[in-house]
Ligand binder design. Structure first.
Ligand SMILES: Cc1cc2nc3c(=O)[nH]c(=O)nc-3n(C[C@H](O)[C@H](O)[C@H](O)COP(=O)(O)OP(=O)(O)OC[C@H]3O[C@@H](n4cnc5c(N)ncnc54)[C@H](O)[C@@H]3O)c2cc1C
Length: 295
């Protein structure tokens, strides 16, 4: 197996153009497991850890451009206040060692339905920047997940970065596992209240062949909040709205039975997660009342 370690982004893209089968390596927390279990035997590994361009994040025009190689630990410590939904998800990933090595670029590369970064990226309407030696294109998170552990990348492409709009309202993430830490999600859910545009964003994890949004639930909640004047009044959220939102999130899922849980349990869990995250987000939204303490 060849081991190639480019020192620049241009070199990395040139290698990928020449050797489309080369397997990119970021934190290695998925790739090395596959190699160790002999689940994968690539002809070449393309180590991206020396490519400094992937390790940067910056904010331009209200969007965070997060380099594909920024670790979960850095997302938590450096961006926790700016990207609360993604940071909440990052805090639940693996252990400190996994969070030090693991990256959102790697999570997207694996594209597991259970990957924890996906629900907050979907809820935030994030865009994935994919690059080849000849061009760069932006892929909506919605269009990125194409099947179980499959994504929209072409063989000659690498993920350069993820673009995430700075949130205008509260974000929440919640995950259920078979224990409290070091656990792959049995079901996960992310919610974003985009208060500037009066929209709602959602992301379902581990309860369908791919991470996906609950679009009917988004439409319902945005309309229900608008009809009742709740975006402006920030009054108490009626239980009936939360219950219907939970049911619609559940209806958007398509889970299977597996070693971690049954489809029936996942459906039940999702409705609970949806109602809970909505309650937390709404509480947060009410506290941010213009003029209120801490707003
Ligand atoms: C003990 C343990 C616990 C874990 N717990 C969790 C958890 O709680 N939640 C969770 O979501 N995941 C978990 N994981 C899985 C893993 O840590 C994550 O998926 C992580 O985000 C992978 O990132 P990485 O940088 O290590 O990726 P790598 O292993 O380096 O790569 C993963 C995939 O992405 C591709 N890739 C990497 N970078 C790029 C790029 N720039 N462009 C294109 N393709 C690229 C690789 O070729 C590979 O296919 C766990 C893993 C372990 C070993």
């Amino acid at each position: 197996m060849d081991f190639i370690q480019p020192a620049s982004w241009a070199d990395a893209l040139a290698v990928k153009a020449e050797m489309p089968d080369a397997v990119p390596l970021a934190g290695g927390t998925d790739v090395m497991v596959e190699l160790n279990f002999d689940a994968r035997r690539p002809t070449a590994l393309l180590d991206l850890t020396q490519v400094s361009e992937l390790l940067r994040w910056e904010i331009t025009d209200g969007w965070v451009r997060l380099g594909a190689g920024v670790s979960y630990t850095r997302i938590i410590t450096e961006l926790g206040g700016r990207l609360p939904g993604l940071a909440m998800a990052a805090r639940t990933v693996g252990s400190p060692q996994i969070r030090n090595r693991g990256t959102v670029g790697g999570n997207l590369g694996t594209a597991s339905p259970a990957g924890d970064a996906h629900p907050p990226l979907l809820a935030a309407s994030a865009m994935i920047e994919a690059a080849s030696a000849t061009r760069t294109r932006m892929i909506r998170a919605d269009d990125f997940y194409t099947g179980v552990k499959r994504n929209a990348l072409k063989p000659e492409e690498l993920i350069a970065a993820v673009h995430i709009p700075l949130p205008s309202g509260p974000e929440q993430f919640s995950k259920i596992g078979t224990r409290n830490a070091m656990v792959i999600a049995v079901a996960a859910f992310s919610l974003a209240l985009h208060s500037d545009s009066r929209r709602v964003g959602t992301g379902i994890g581990s309860a369908a062949p791919t991470p996906r949004r609950a679009q009917q639930a988004e439409i319902f909640l945005a309309a229900a909040l608008a009809e009742a004047g709740l975006w402006e009044s920030r009054s108490q959220l009626p239980d009936s709205i939360a219950a219907e939102f939970g049911s619609l999130v559940q209806a958007a899922a398509d889970p299977v039975d597996d070693v971690r849980g049954t489809a029936a349990y996942r459906l039940h869990a999702l409705a609970v997660l949806a109602r809970r995250t909505l309650a937390w987000a709404w509480h947060d939204y009410r506290r941010r009342m213009p003029g209120a303490k801490g707003a």
